[in-house]
Ligand binder design. Structure first.
Ligand SMILES: Cc1cc2nc3c(=O)[nH]c(=O)nc-3n(C[C@H](O)[C@H](O)[C@H](O)COP(=O)(O)OP(=O)(O)OC[C@H]3O[C@@H](n4cnc5c(N)ncnc54)[C@H](O)[C@@H]3O)c2cc1C
Length: 427
């Protein structure tokens, strides 16, 4: 195995997000000199306080056990474990999916002390890594590329609010509110998030968020929502011919290591960062490990995305019903969803058949053979007039925004080009 960064030579990592910091922690703990560079002014600054779910259903191993085995400390950030979720069917029926163990853990992304980003940052500093913020390096001068998304395949857009509602999670499949995807409600300790994900490109994503909030207010009348800010971001889904090129390791979303179906990318980001570090330490072969351990899940998610792109509320209803039927039979709601994410021969074949038509080449990828899932065009059914309650939620937000509330994401600008998106986020 060639050592891309011979011992003694400092290792430069581009990006101080989850994958970059995971790699930095492992390397620094092994005594290597590590420098992590990030263009933003802190780890987590890309996210501004939104909640994300660390899924625990796609593999047999519990993610926190994996973290421990990799030498990463889950007690350095706040994680709230849930065993139940409201499953909202497209015809507004609400059922509960449950399990005995941890279905998923909600973490906060951002720069507050209790976020996962800051937890990883503290571990990296403690291990001896040097972190450089507002630092721009050339890709060619770094060993690990961990910059997160580059292109846009989908976006998520949400509102954060104060609430006196108890902790709660809801997951909704509804093709009108979340075209091609899902929306969700997360409430943790008096702070709520209502978010919609758009897998089809839309002008004015506010329209979808306002309508989604209106839906939740009608069906969860005790939210008592006091808006704080709006947040969001993009997802980048790519398949790469090579994950290591010219001695550089592409990890996390920079390597396209993401869940194409629904965007649960944190687990793969951390895992790939650890694998890259282990390769540098001579303990693993990154290219091979990615292919054996991560790609089967990525390919399955490509097949799932192809299927999702072809369906609407009728199939979502069928999915919800079959999920609930399966749960009744096995007394565990995690099995059905877990199976959806796990590799099978059928999904592998489907991936081979459909991926050539789903993905487009990225000519700027330094010869790594990157094929990206393009942001799909809107469908006729995405054009609808907002309801009166959604209009008044939009007006309420405008008043809050004029009072100084922050928007960390501007999708309409983002669709016009990458630079504008970065300035929209950091402004
Ligand atoms: C709104 C939203 C909700 C999501 N929800 C979930 C969820 O519930 N569950 C889940 O598992 N996943 C979720 N994801 C996906 C998840 O956030 C990503 O898969 C994960 O953060 C990827 O980790 P990363 O290390 O690749 O990138 P990041 O954690 O984003 O880190 C990338 C870092 O690189 C920096 N950077 C960018 N460009 C440069 C450059 N040129 N030079 C130096 N540094 C640079 C950035 O500032 C950033 O700090 C969500 C994503 C979004 C946008």
């Amino acid at each position: 195995m060639a050592d891309a960064a011979p011992s003694g030579k400092p290792i430069h990592i581009m990006g101080a997000g989850l994958s970059g910091l995971a790699a930095a922690i492992v390397l620094a703990k092994a005594g290597r000199e590590v420098h992590v560079h990030d263009i933003r002014d802190d780890s987590g600054a890309r996210f501004d306080g939104d909640f994300q779910a660390l899924e625990n259903w796609s593999m047999d191993a519990d993610f926190f056990d994996q973290l421990e085995a990799w030498g990463l400390d889950a007690s350095t950030f706040k994680a709230t474990t849930f065993d139940t979720v409201d499953l909202i069917h497209p015809d507004d029926v609400i059922t509960q999916a449950y399990t005995d163990g941890a279905a998923y853990r909600i973490v906060e992304r951002g720069t507050s002390e209790h976020t996962i980003d800051q937890g990883f940052k503290r571990q990296a500093i403690e291990a001896g890594a040097h972190l450089h913020y507002k630092s721009r390096m050339k890709e060619e001068d770094c060993t690990i590329i961990a910059c997160g998304p580059k292109g846009t395949s989908a976006v998520a857009y949400g509102e954060i609010f104060h609430t006196d509602h108890p902790n709660h999670i809801a997951f909704q499949l509804n093709d009108k509110l979340a075209p091609g995807s899902y929306s969700y409600l997360i409430i943790i300790d008096g702070v709520g998030l209502i978010c919609t994900c758009l897998w089809r490109k839309q002008r004015k994503s506010d329209r979808f968020l306002n309508e989604t909030i209106a839906w939740y207010e009608t069906h969860y009348p005790n939210l008592n929502r006091q808006p704080i800010k709006r947040v969001g971001g993009k997802g980048d889904f790519t398949i790469n011919r090579r994950y290591k090129q010219d001695g550089r390791y592409y990890v996390g979303e920079s390597g396209g290591l993401q869940d194409f179906m629904w965007g649960f990318g944190m687990r793969m980001a951390v895992w790939s960062g650890v694998l890259a570090a282990r390769d540098i330490l001579g303990q693993a072969d990154y290219e091979q490990e990615v292919r054996i351990k991560l790609m089967p899940y990525v390919r399955t998610s490509v097949a799932n995305r192809w299927l999702m792109n072809r369906v609407g509320d009728r199939t979502y209803k069928w999915m919800c019903k079959s999920w609930m039927r399966d749960q009744k039979r096995r007394d565990d709601g995690l099995i059905w969803i877990g199976k959806l994410f796990r590799p099978t021969l059928l999904k592998r074949l489907l991936y081979r058949m459909v991926s050539p038509f789903m993905l487009v080449n990225d000519p700027k990828a330094l010869g790594r053979g990157v094929r990206r899932l393009p942001f799909r065009a809107a469908l006729k059914r995405d054009v609808w007039e907002p309801s009166p309650s959604a209009v008044s939620i939009g007006q309420q937000w405008e008043a809050v925004r004029r009072g100084g509330a922050h928007v960390s994401f501007a999708n309409d600008k983002e669709n016009d080009g990458e630079e504008q998106e970065i300035s929209a986020i950091s402004s």
